[in-house]
Each structure stands twice: as structure tokens, then as C-alpha cells.
Design a binder for this molecule. Structure first.
Ligand code: ARG
Length: 461
């Protein structure tokens, strides 16, 4: 009794319907159809070159696979759960249409290398898509830096006001983080883009296949060299999902910032209303739900990474059916990050800083205290002494409810009688920010150099 191509003559009974449902993967691997068709066409071409099928048989197979691919593309191909997965659905259709010629396609190949090949092709494309989206978000941050980058905002450490920065400095910080995300994905791509096709079930094959030939057709950079390794490991998937998890962590902390920034208490930013939602009971509410969900969805992606780690932990060599469970986690991670980025790009580009409200609050928090301390250091006062003295001046200003710049020259001279009015050149936000000159810091010259660098990198004007 052979009720599916994978059920050989060894079986005496048909499969239990409940088992069929339990073991199917077509409900989530159908999206691999393009990769499966491409892999099968490459395999058929190789079989013909190696005289394992005739050129005429190859032509029939390729033609038929192309038709099946078209039907799948148009949603005209009925997917059958009892055939388990996308690989068997396509192969069975080939057999139904070509008879014995169709039965030759699986020569020298197993679903174990087939699945892994399809996944590698799928991830390779997904890395390229991710790169495009990440570059898109970098571009949005650059655009916002060009628009509102001149605004001075408070930088926070420990969520307490720390030092003044240019808003552009903040936006470009995300360009840097996203750039490393892109680099990590490119690095991962090198290991993903290796062919497992032809490693077959576990030990290879006795047939005279040519793995370099299929790898070349499919655009792989090289071959996995050990059939046991190739059919058993999912490290490339974990790496990819790790890269995605890091993207989602970057997005979540950006989202957290902007959720805070858009509160009445901070009042630093206006998020486009198309990206906000309301409340069913409080008519005044304009909520930053997209940002909140971006923050929340990072949990899912981190969970997907966890799923993959636990899935492969302590699996015996080599292929085990557990590995089928890799796909839902991987697809979910990609879909989630893709959805977040797709919204983040226009959200960032359409947001505007609230210049007046920011300006009005800037004199709170003694953002110029560090530059004052460094002014003393430049006069030869040891850092710890200067640190203590400025702390005392801050306390004095707090008591008088004024800025450091509002203290009298006598107040400063109480600490150092040789001080003159040049001390006021480092006080006040505008003065202070221009003093942060070290490489990578926030003074206008440094930031405009960085902005120019990003425009060049992203080919923007
Ligand atoms: N549906 C399976 C998966 O997605 C295909 C591989 C099955 N291989 C096997 N030897 N049963 O992983």
C-alpha cells in the first residue's frame, strides 16, 4: 500500500489520519515553493548532465515543474495535507502528470538535503530583503537628521538629564546600530549561502551526482563538505534569527524612547497621527500603539530564537523529525521584523521634534555642568577637585532655583579667585554643546561630518 511517495512497499497499512495531521508541515512550508521548484530544476539539469536521466526526460521534468510553479504562483495548485509538505506536493504532482519520468526526479536526493537547500535559498533572499529594509530605516533617520537634527535635546543616562546633544547625533546613533545589524546579516549570509544539495539523507549517495553543478546553478558560493553535518545542523537558521532578534532589540529600545518622548511629560516629539490609534473610552487619547507593538514584538522574536536553540539542543546526529519545527519559528521571526521595519520607515521619516517645547525645557537639569568641570580641568585643577566644586555650584544653583549661567562671578570666584568672566563662555546650552569636540562626540562640526558620511554611505543627497 503506497498512499504517499514517502510510504514505500515496506508498509502494510495506511497511515492513521491523526498522524497525518500531526506530522504535516504543508500548512507552514508552502511558502517555500519557489525555492523548491528552483532546487528541483537545478537537480534535474544536473541529473541529465550526469546521464542519470535523458535530456528528453529532463526537458519534460523542467517544463512540468515550471508549470507547477506557475500554478502555485497563481494560487491554482491544490495543496494536499496528506502529502505532508511542499516537497512531496510538488513531486506528487510531477508524478501524476509525467508518470515514470516524474518518478526519477528524486534520484540521488533526499528530503533532508532538499529541505535544507530550500531553507538556505529562502534565508538568502530574506537577508537581502532585510538589508533593503534596514537601509530604508537608516535613510529615514538621515532624513529626520536633515530636517530636525539641529535641535539641541537632552541626552539621558540612568533616565536622568545628562548632557546636551544635537538631535542629529541621536538619529545617527540608530544608523550605526542598524549598520552593524546589516553587517551581521551579511556575515551570516556567507555561511547560509553554501549548498547542502546532494548530501542526501545522511551519508551521501552511490550515484554519480555533481554537487558543484547544482550549487553553481543555484548561486551558492560553495558546498557543505560533510553530509552528516549538512543534514543535521540548523546553526545557519539560529544565526539568522539571532541577527533578527538583535534588530528587534534595537527597534524596541528606539520605540521605548519615542513612546516616552511623545508623552505630555517629555513632550519632545510628534509622531504622525496615521501611526497612532485612539481609545474607545477616553476621547482625548492619541496612543503610540505602533511603537508599543514594535517594543512588544521583540519578545516574540527573542522567543523564536529560544525555540530554535532548544529545538536543536542535544539532538542526536543526524536528521531528526524535530527539525521540521524550525520553520514556524524562523518564518515568524522574519515576518515580525519585516512588519516592524515596514512601519518604522515611514513613522521615523514623518515624525517631527517639538522645537519650542524642547527649547523651553532645556535649561533644566544642568546640562552644562560637565563642560564647566572640564573648563576647570583645562585651568589645571585636578578632575576630582573640579567635579566636587561643580557639584557644589550645582547645589547652590538648585537652592537659588537658577541656571549655572545665572550664578554671579563672585559665586565662581569663591571657588577660585582668579576666575574672570570668560567662565560664562562655557555656560548655557549653546556654549556647552559646541565644546564636545572629541571624535564621535556631539558638537556641530563632528555631527555634520557624520551626517555627510551617512549620506555618502546611503547614496543620499
Ligand atoms: N516535512 C519535513 C520537514 O519539513 C521534510 C523532511 C522529512 N524528512 C524525513 N526524512 N522524513 O522537515
Amino acid at each position: 500500500m503506497t498512499d504517499s511517495p514517502s510510504r514505500s512497499g515496506a508498509f502494510e497499512s495506511a497511515v492513521d489520519k491523526r498522524v497525518e495531521q500531526f506530522t504535516e508541515s504543508i500548512s507552514f512550508d508552502a511558502r517555500l515553493f519557489r525555492e523548491d521548484i528552483a532546487g528541483s530544476i537545478a537537480h534535474a539539469n544536473m541529473l541529465a548532465d550526469q546521464q542519470l536521466v535523458s535530456p528528453a526526460e529532463r526537458d519534460q521534468i523542467v517544463q512540468c515543474l515550471t508549470e507547477i510553479g506557475q500554478e502555485l504562483e497563481n494560487g491554482q495548485f491544490p495543496l494536499r495535507m496528506e502529502l505532508e509538505d511542499i516537497h512531496m506536493n510538488i513531486e506528487q504532482a510531477l508524478i501524476d502528470r509525467l508518470g515514470d519520468v516524474g518518478r526519477k526526479l528524486h534520484t540521488g536526493r533526499s528530503r533532508n538535503d532538499q529541505v535544507s537547500t530550500d531553507m538556505r535559498l529562502w534565508i538568502r533572499d530574506s537577508i537581502d530583503r532585510m538589508d533593503e529594509l534596514l537601509a530604508g530605516l537608516q535613510t529615514s533617520f538621515v532624513r529626520l537628521a536633515q530636517q530636525d537634527g539641529d535641535v539641541v535635546i537632552p541626552a539621558y543616562t540612568h533616565m536622568q538629564r545628562a548632557q546636551p546633544i544635537l538631535a542629529a547625533h541621536y538619529f545617527l546613533a540608530y544608523c550605526e546600530k542598524l549598520e552593524r545589524d546589516r553587517q551581521r546579516l551579511q556575515d551570516c549570509r556567507q555561511r547560509v549561502n553554501q549548498s547542502s544539495l546532494g548530501t542526501a539523507a545522511v551519508a551521501g549517495t552511490s550515484l554519480d551526482i555533481d554537487r558543484d553543478q547544482t550549487a553553481g546553478q543555484l548561486g551558492f558560493d560553495g558546498l557543505l563538505q560533510n553530509s552528516l553535518d549538512s543534514s543535521s545542523d540548523r546553526d545557519y537558521m539560529i544565526e539568522f534569527v539571532f541577527c533578527l532578534a538583535l534588530v528587534s532589540v534595537h527597534l524596541s529600545s528606539w520605540a521605548e524612547d519615542w513612546i516616552l518622548w511623545s508623552t505630555t511629560e517629555f513632550n519632545l516629539i510628534e509622531i504622525p497621527q496615521e501611526f497612532c490609534t485612539g481609545s474607545s473610552i477616553m476621547p482625548q487619547k492619541i496612543n503610540p500603539d505602533v511603537l508599543e507593538l514594535t517594543r512588544g514584538k521583540a519578545a516574540r522574536v527573542i522567543g523564536d530564537l529560544q525555540t530554535l536553540f532548544v529545538l536543536v539542543k542535544a539532538l542526536p546526529m543526524a536528521y531528526n523529525r524535530d527539525l521540521q519545527e524550525d520553520k514556524p519559528a524562523l518564518f515568524d521571526a522574519f515576518d515580525t521584523v519585516e512588519a516592524c521595519l515596514t512601519l518604522a520607515i515611514p513613522l521615523v521619516e514623518g515624525s517631527r521634534l517639538k522645537r519650542e517645547s524642547i527649547r523651553a525645557g532645556l535649561d533644566r537639569g544642568f546640562l552644562d555642568a560637565t563642560t564647566l568641570m572640564e573648563f576647570f580641568i583645562k585651568r589645571g585643577i585636578p578632575q576630582r577637585t573640579a567635579h566636587h566644586a561643580v557639584g557644589q555650584l550645582v547645589r547652590q544653583a538648585m537652592q537659588q532655583n537658577c541656571r549655572l549661567a545665572d550664578l554671579s562671578l563672585e559665586d565662581f570666584q569663591a571657588f577660585d579667585p582668579s576666575l574672570d568672566r570668560s567662565i560664562y563662555d562655557v555656560l548655557g546650552i549653546e556654549n556647552a554643546i559646541s565644546k564636545f569636540r572629541s571624535t564621535g562626540s556631539t558638537c556641530p562640526e563632528q555631527v555634520s561630518r557624520q551626517l555627510a558620511r551617512w549620506c555618502e554611505r546611503l547614496e543620499l543627497n
